[in-house]
Design a protein around this ligand. Structure first.
Ligand code: AMP
Length: 110
């Protein structure tokens, strides 16, 4: 599949990984817009929250729980922002569901 995040998950494109388990991968965004800018991808390829079924919804909930658990060790103990861009108007450029994890400094609109 011609998906940059699938290729990162598969190790075909290099990334700076900060956490991985059987279902998710967290790595550094290549073009950070905050002092800490990570991307959390579900390893399974699908592009939008409109494609969530019950199983995927449970996985997404577990993913949010994991991010909360990992946050202090990622340097995010002072707070952070999660962003999920969806579709063209939402600014989504990679059609593989991912969560931006932004922090490490006070963010605009905080
Ligand atoms: P979005 O615009 O919400 O789809 O986010 C896609 C993000 O993926 C952007 O912030 C890009 O900087 C990031 N990105 C694209 N290619 C790579 C890559 N090879 N490694 C790390 N981050 C990437």
């Amino acid at each position: 599949m011609d998906c940059v995040f699938c290729k990162i998950v598969a190790g075909e494109i290099p990334s700076v990984k900060v956490y991985e388990d059987g279902e998710i991968l967290i790595f550094r965004d290549i073009a950070p817009i905050a002092k800490i800018h990570l991307l959390c991808v579900l390893k399974e390829h699908f592009s939008s929250i409109a494609e969530l079924d019950d199983r995927r919804a449970v996985l997404l909930g577990k993913t949010l729980k994991k991010i909360g658990e990992l946050a202090p060790s990622l340097g995010l103990s002072e707070g952070y922002r999660l962003v999920v861009n969806q579709g063209e108007n939402g600014g989504q450029t990679v059609p593989h569901l991912h969560i931006h994890i932004l922090g490490g400094e006070p963010l605009p609109w905080a």
